[in-house]
Design a protein around this ligand. Sequence first.
Ligand SMILES: NC(=O)c1ccc[n+]([C@@H]2O[C@H](COP(=O)([O-])OP(=O)(O)OC[C@H]3O[C@@H](n4cnc5c(N)ncnc54)[C@H](O)[C@@H]3O)[C@@H](O)[C@H]2O)c1
Length: 282
Amino acid sequence: MGFAFDVPFSVDLSGRVALVTGGNGGIGGMFCRALAACGATVIVLGRNLARCEAVAREIVEGGGKADAIAADVTDEAAMLRVKEEIERRYGHLNILINAAGGAMRDATVPQDQMADGGERTFFDVPVGAVQGELDLNLRGTWLPCKILTPLLLGQAGACVLNVSSMSALCALTRIPGYSAAKAGVSNFTQWLATYLARDGVRVNALAPGFFATEQNHALQFNPDGTPTPRRQKIIDGTPMRRYGELPELIGAMLFLVSEKASGFVTGITLPVDGGFSAYSGV
Ligand SMILES: NC(=O)c1ccc[n+]([C@@H]2O[C@H](COP(=O)([O-])OP(=O)(O)OC[C@H]3O[C@@H](n4cnc5c(N)ncnc54)[C@H](O)[C@@H]3O)[C@@H](O)[C@H]2O)c1
């Protein structure tokens, strides 16, 4: 029996090699487990080798196939070493998922509008913090695509899946660097999809709406545990009137990496957002 993990439907990924950046994180780790449950050999990539190995070990001990590799997705030399390692261990890749990313606390603007007041404003946010967000989210997607997509050429079910965000469709308040970077991820997804369309590589993205995770806990809850006004605004702006549950992303991921399910789908950014992007707020 293969690795057991709750997936909404199964697709046959046996014989496929999938690399997931940020594979030791919340969404990336969940995707690694779901891919392994569908028979893929999963390479868990993150900066911290021990944390990647822990995910890979869990999959292997559960009867799946997995491997771990440490690299910073923004570092060209490190990603070139990853390419060499994959060539040496597997010879090719079938699926590349770019899930490393996130917003950074130092780059967050403290208020929605300057007129809301406060001592610190957008103009006090350090340039380096915003650059860090642009690097992690945009360079950290673009660079693995540039270096690793050659390993996908000519392979069965070859595809790239990037993780964008709601903030790509319409800038969210307080996180201008992250929003600009994710808009870049969605735009680059379209560009690469077009570029590789006649070479058998599909390129798509997911745009998760609002999911309760460690990363956004401080934006949702005050130190005393009461919900912040921002949390309520998000719920009011989501027609389904709730946050998403992370496993609700798995079906969209499996759909987009399965050529049987989505063989004529390329260049899209698929929202998984409870209707947030469909609703004007009025
Ligand atoms: N959680 C949400 O609600 C949400 C919503 C929209 C989009 N996203 C996006 O989903 C993706 C995954 O987010 P998550 O919630 O699982 O966050 P997470 O922090 O749990 O996972 C991110 C992972 O990326 C890794 N990482 C960070 N910098 C890296 C680097 N330079 N090189 C290699 N790995 C690096 C981290 O170690 C971590 O494992 C991100 O791109 C995030 O922007 C998340």
